[in-house]
Design a protein around this ligand. Structure first.
Ligand code: SAH
Ligand code: SF4
Length: 445
C-alpha cells in the first residue's frame, strides 16, 4: 500500500510542477513514505533523516533549498515528535491527509507543518488521476486501494491506530479508476486494503458490494486480464469470495492469507478470533474450490508467552498446510499496542532461533513449489524487459517472476511458457508457439 500511496503522492504533486527522481541529490523535495509496523522499519526513518539533514545543510551552503517531508504511518504515530527528533524536517503528513501535500508545501515555506488528521473528506476525491503516459511508465500491473484501515485490533498491531478505522471506497469510483488504468494499458490490478476481503463499498446498483462482487465487475473491464487482492483476514473469507476463486478466470490462483500462529492459545492472545483448526478448515474449502491455488501467509514468532509447544504448533501448521510463499517476522513490541504491555516477552535470541527453524520449513516449501513448475506450461503476463538483452520478464499466475528469451512486443500480453528451470525466486522458461499454447490450454481445460 505504501507503493500505491507514494505513486498517488507523485500524482498530486505533478500539477505543481514536481517530477519523480530516484536520486535525492537531484531533488527539491524528498518525501519519506514510512512504515511503523515493526521497530526496524520505524528506526530506519531516523537514520535516513540524519542523512537528508546533511544534504539539506550542504544545499543551504550553496544558497539552495531542500524540503523534507515525512509521510506514512511513522508520521501518523509520532507526529510532532518527529520535528523534535529531527529539526531538518519541514512537513509531517499522515496516510489519510496526503492529498493536502501541495497546500502543506506552501505553508512549510514559513515553518514546519503537521497534518495527522483523519479528515472527513475522502482523500481519493482530491487526488489527481495520473496521465496515461505516467501509468504506462509504472507498468502493466497496477495497485488499486479499495479499502483502508482496520477495526480488528490484533494485540500486536499498530495498523488500527495509524491507518484508522476501516473504510471501503465507493465501488463506482474504483471501477472508474480501473477503467482509467486499463485504457492506459494496465492488464493486471491488485486490489489493496489492510483487510481487503472485508470490503463493502457502495456499488453501481446502490447496494453495498462485497469484494467478490467488485472483482466480478472488474473482471468485465475491457483490457483487465488478471485480478489479485491483498491482504485478507481469515475471518472475512466470505463464501462468495471463495466461490469467485472457482468461477472467475481473471481472479488469479494465489491467496495471501496471514495466520500468524498455529497455537490456539497464542491466536487468542493475539486477538485473532479464530483457531488453528478454523484456518485449516478454511484452507480445505478454498482448495476444494480451486485445487491449484497457491497459498501465502504471514507468521509472527515469539509473541509474548509463546512456549516451545506453542511454537511447535506453528511449525506443524506450516508443514501441514504447505505454502508457496511466506513472510515471517520476529514479534516486535509496538508502542501503544496491548501486546507490548504483556509480561513474558520472549528474549531476542529465542525469537531468532525460532525464526530460523520456521524459515527452514517455509523456504523449503517455496523451493519445492517453484521446482514443481519445471516441466509445466503456464501463462505468463509479461511486464518488462528481462535481466539480459533479448529477454522479457513477467509473472506466473502464482506470482512467481518468470524470465524468457522473447520480443519486447509481448510486454503487456499473456503468453504460454514452458518452464525449464527454477532458482530460489524466479522461473526460467521458453515461449510456446501461439499454436502450441492454444493446444496446451485446450488440453488443460
Ligand atoms: N492486515 C493484515 C496484515 C497487516 S500487517 C492481516 O491482518 O493479516 C502485515 C504483517 O506484519 C502481519 O500479518 C504480521 O505478520 C506482521 N506484523 C504486524 N505487526 C507486527 C509486530 N508487532 N511484530 C511483528 N510482526 C508484525
Ligand atoms: Fe493489524 Fe491485520 Fe490485525 Fe488489522 S487484522 S490489527 S491490520 S494484523
Amino acid at each position: 500500500m505504501n507503493v500505491y500511496d507514494a505513486a498517488r503522492m507523485a500524482d498530486v504533486l505533478a500539477p505543481e510542477g514536481f517530477a519523480e527522481t530516484s536520486d535525492a541529490e537531484d531533488a527539491d523535495l524528498v518525501v519519506l513514505n514510512t512504515c511503523h509496523i515493526r521497530e526496524k522499519a520505524s528506526d530506519k526513518v531516523f537514520s535516513e533523516l540524519g542523512k537528508l539533514r546533511m544534504l539539506k545543510e550542504a544545499r543551504r551552503a550553496e544558497g539552495k533549498t531542500l524540503q523534507i517531508a515525512v509521510a506514512g504511518c511513522v508520521a501518523q504515530a509520532e507526529g510532532a515528535e518527529i520535528l523534535r527528533k529531527q529539526r531538518a524536517v519541514d512537513l509531517v503528513v499522515g496516510p489519510q491527509s496526503y492529498h493536502r501535500l501541495p497546500e502543506m508545501l506552501r505553508q512549510a515555506e514559513h515553518g514546519p507543518v503537521i497534518d495527522t488528521e483523519f479528515p472527513v473528506e475522502d482523500k481519493f476525491d482530491h487526488l489527481a488521476q495520473p496521465s496515461a503516459e505516467k501509468i504506462r511508465q509504472r507498468g502493466v500491473s497496477a495497485f488499486l486501494t479499495v479499502q483502508e484501515g482496520c477495526d480488528k485490533f490484533c494485540s500486536f498491531c499498530v495498523v488500527p491506530y495509524t491507518r484508522g478505522a476501516e473504510i471501503s471506497r465507493d465501488a463506482r469510483k474504483i471501477v472508474a479508476e480501473a477503467e482509467h488504468l486499463a485504457r492506459a494499458g494496465v492488464r493486471e490490478i491488485t486490489l489493496l486494503g489492510q483487510n481487503v476481503n472485508g470490503f463493502h463499498g457502495a456499488g453501481e446498483d446502490g447496494a453495498d458490494w462485497s469484494l467478490a462482487r467488485l472483482i466480478e465487475r472488474l473482471a468485465r473491464v475491457e483490457g483487465i486480464v488478471r485480478l489479485r487482492y491483498m491482504t485478507s483476514h481469515p475471518n472475512d473469507m466470505a463464501d462468495d469470495l471463495i466461490r469467485a476463486h472457482g468461477e472467475l478466470p481473471a481472479l488469479m490462483p494465489f491467496l495471501h492469507l496471514p495466520v500468524q500462529s498455529g497455537s490456539d492459545r497464542i491466536l487468542a492472545a493475539m486477538n485473532r478470533r479464530h483457531s488453528a483448526a478454523d484456518y485449516r478448515r478454511l484452507i480445505e474449502r478454498i482448495r476444494a474450490t480451486r485445487p491449484d491455488i497457491a497459498l501465502s501467509s504471514d507468521f509472527i514468532v515469539g509473541f509474548p508467552g509463546e512456549t516451545e509447544a506453542d511454537f511447535e504448533a506453528t511449525l506443524a501448521l506450516a508443514r501441514e498446510v504447505g505454502f508457496a510463499s511466506t513472510f515471517y517476522f520476529k514479534y516486535s513490541p509496538r508502542p501503544g499496542t496491548p501486546g507490548a504491555e504483556l509480561d513474558d516477552q520472549i528474549p531476542e535470541a529465542e525469537k531468532s532461533e525460532r525464526l530460523a527453524r520456521l524459515a527452514e520449513i517455509l523456504e523449503a516449501q517455496r523451493h519445492d513449489f517453484n521446482a514443481s513448475m519445471v516441466g509445466r506450461t503456464i501463462d505468463v503476463l509479461f511486464e518488462k524487459p528481462g535481466r539480459h538483452a533479448g529477454q522479457i520478464a513477467g509473472k506466473s499466475p502464482y506470482l512467481q517472476p518468470v524470465q524468457v528469451d522473447g520480443p519486447a512486443s509481448l510486454i503487456g500480453s499473456v503468453a504460454a511458457v514452458d518452464i525449464v528451470e527454477c532458482s530460489t525466486n524466479s522461473l526460467f522458461g521458453r515461449l510456446v508457439s501461439a499454436k502450441g499454447a492454444d493446444r496446451r490450454r485446450g488440453e488443460a481445460s
